[in-house]
Design a protein around this ligand. Structure first.
Ligand code: FAD
Length: 514
């Protein structure tokens, strides 16, 4: 029998709309993981809305050539759904998407899922203790709103002067235009992060010319990816604890990196040496090597894994431009030194807008203000999950939960456990509402910011997308992932104001019953 939250069984309809226990927004690892855990707990009254036309989130949206996860497959998956079929040590996009589609089907999530249903507005209706949602596929209502919109889901492209005049093809890597196969084309690609490093070796052999606009070179270490043999996959299938063991080893090795990032830089020296040797081995020309040596500390920005990047960018058809784009013209780009380059296609590998998510403008809390208005450019939450003044809202992959060293899926599973415990707490206490205390949220964020101020992200001499428009690091988690798991193991009700169901107005109850 499906447990219900608060008073939904006694008051199942408001103005003719069914009030779901939970509405989940986003069908990536976060939203799907939450849905699966609800299903496993017998909590069936939920709806999952997704603006795209498939599940998969990041791994559905990003279909650019070479798209690959930089966390090993055995760790980058749900703990409750190990996958013995990974055919590479680091999974490619297609296989992660297949895995997520399979999870959605296997755990019975598809009947709860509404695709092409962008959340347009979510408003907390205080009198009725519920969220009212406007979506692209119609209105919805729910007691609890789980927002899992992803952190890296809103592509960011620079507003280049003259871009509107450009008559060639221009697109972002997260919206890859597969109709343009780039063969024999003159291409300009902007960006030097993980995506650029994955795309360039894939397209370089087929383009006529590749102008690579990169202002700051990344730290790159050799990739240790390799195929998982059929024998190994069979072994994982027959002896599942072996895969669990591999997951444990990968997890432990990854956590050791957090020591260097957040506590003691000496732990990062080995990685830096590895990167320098890699550069020396793959780039014989000292002048080019100088150009490709980063001028900031390793791990200040996300470290890049690639054995194909340096060879690709030394090919004769690649030209590295470090002076930036000054202007775009009808058929060309002009760099910061005034040099004009004729191009057919312009590709933005320029990342995302993690601190300016549109969904934050669409969620309105107790006072009628949106999350974006309350945050004013600097997102913050309690445990990256709940926000004072936004009752019954659980935000997955929320502020300060991104990592520089391990799997986001692990963080999401920690949050999901916390969210599940929040739902159970409502039931057990007969409460209809939780709202984190502002002082608990403030103390938590003060602690985070103090710890962040000592990390390599804040002091390593680089600018990065970890900093919001106010110059605050609103993105990164400054510790071990097991610390976050410990802190989210239980819904700590003491940090919250729990409210009982408010009496149902007689007139509404009568119309609901009829
Ligand atoms: C190119 C790339 C590479 C990455 N590599 C790694 C990696 O190596 N390791 C790692 O740990 N992480 C990596 N990440 C981060 C990755 O996003 C997370 O690991 C994980 O996939 C996040 O899952 P999610 O469900 O929170 O978000 P997402 O996967 O982004 O899913 C969010 C979903 O919400 C939907 N949505 C958003 N707004 C709305 C709305 N208003 N209405 C309805 N639906 C909405 C989106 O369409 C999307 O489907 C990478 C991200 C990118 C973009």
């Amino acid at each position: 029998m499906a447990p219900t939250i608060g008073r939904s069984d006694s008051f199942p309809r408001v103005n003719g709309t069914h009030v779901h226990d939970v509405a989940i927004v986003g069908a990536g690892f976060g939203g799907l993981g939450m849905a699966i855990r609800m299903k496993q707990a017998g909590m069936d009254d939920f709806v999952l809305i997704e603006r795209g036309d498939d599940v998969g989130g990041t791994w559905w949206a990003n279909s650019y050539p070479g798209c690959q996860c930089d966390i090993p497959s055995n760790l980058y998956s749900f703990s409750f759904a190990p996958n013995p079929n990974w055919d590479r040590a680091y999974p490619m996009r297609d296989q992660i998407l297949e895995y997520l589609r399979d999870c959605a089907e296997r755990f019975g999530i598809l009947p709860h899922t509404r695709l092409n249903s962008e959340l347009l507005e979510a408003t907390w209706v205080a009198d009725e203790q519920r969220w009212e949602l406007e979506t692209a596929s119609g209105p919805l209502a729910a007691r609890v709103l789980v927002a899992a919109p992803g952190l890296l889901s809103e592509p960011s492209s620079p507003a280049l002067p003259g871009l509107e005049r450009f008559q060639g093809n221009a697109f972002h890597t997260a919206e890859w235009d597969h109709s343009d196969d780039l063969t024999g084309k003159r291409v300009a690609l902007l960006g030097s992060g993980a995506t650029a490093v994955q795309v360039v070796p894939e397209i370089q052999p087929r383009v006529a010319k590749l102008h690579l606009f990169q202002r700051t070179p990344p730290w790159v270490v050799p990739h240790t990816d390799h195929p998982v043999t059929r024998g190994m996959r069979e072994l994982y299938r027959r002896v599942p604890p072996l895969q669990t063991l591999s997951r444990g080893v990968v997890y432990t090795l990854r956590e050791s990196v957090a020591v260097g990032i957040t506590r003691d830089r000496r732990w990062l020296k080995a990685a830096e040496l590895n990167a320098r040797l890699h550069l020396r081995r793959q780039v014989p020309d000292p002048e080019l090597r100088g150009k490709l040596t980063p001028n900031y500390e390793i791990f200040c920005k996300r470290i890049i894994l690639s054995s194909k990047w340096y060879p690709a960018i030394q090919e004769p058809n690649v030209d590295i431009v470090s002076s930036g784009v000054e202007e775009v013209r009808k058929h060309s780009v002009v760099d910061g030194d005034g040099v004009e380059r004729e191009i057919d296609t312009l590709i933005f590998a320029t990342g995302f807008k993690p601190a300016e998510l549109p969904i934050a403008e669409r969620i309105r809390g107790r006072e009628g203000s949106s999350l974006a208005e309350v945050w004013n450019g600097s997102p913050e939450a309690y445990l990256g999950t709940t926000v004072a003044g936004f009752p019954n809202l659980l935000f997955l992959y929320g502020p300060n939960l991104n990592l520089g060293h391990s799997s986001i899926v692990y963080m999401l599973e920690s949050q999901i456990a916390y969210a599940m415990d929040a739902l159970r707490t409502l039931q057990l206490r007969g409460a209809a509402e939780f709202d984190v205390r502002a002082e608990a949220q403030a103390a938590y964020n003060e602690e985070l910011q103090e710890r962040l101020s000592r990390t390599v992200w804040n002091t390593g001499g680089c600018g990065s997308w970890y900093f919001d428009r106010n110059g605050r690091n609103s993105i990164q988690w400054p510790g071990f992932t097991f610390e976050f798991r410990r802190r989210t193991r239980r819904f700590d009700a003491a940090a919250y104001r729990l409210a009982p169901p408010t009496p149902v107005p007689a007139t509404t109850a009568a119309s609901a019953a009829s």
